[in-house]
Ligand binder design. Structure first.
Ligand code: HEM
Length: 66
């Protein structure tokens, strides 16, 4: 995803507070299903499990700890 400007493996990028955590928000949106639509990322899957989605949400809720 780096080539598209989304630095998934970069903690600073993923936890960047300067744009109201929009980087983390945007990633979360692509890996969660949109209503009846499957997630847009990764293309065609395999998609994140409920546990993985919950863990990412918890990481955000707990304050983006390293
Ligand atoms: C803000 C978040 C993201 C944006 C804007 C984004 C955007 C894109 C775009 C434009 C493409 C190329 C077009 C396509 O193949 O459909 C792509 C490909 C891909 N994305 Fe994402 N993506 C995001 C997050 C993610 C995440 C979180 C994952 C993995 C969990 C992921 C995995 C992939 C993979 C595997 C590809 C195909 C290979 C590649 O081009 O690197 N993406 N993404």
């Amino acid at each position: 995803m780096k080539v598209h400007g989304v630095e998934l493996d970069d903690y600073e990028y993923m936890s960047d507070p300067s744009n109201n955590y929009n980087n983390a928000e945007a990633v979360q949106k692509t890996v969660a299903s949109q209503g009846s639509q499957p997630p847009s990322m990764p293309p065609g899957g395999p998609y994140w499990t409920e546990d993985q989605l919950a863990l990412f949400a918890k990481w955000r809720a707990d304050g983006y700890q390293p």
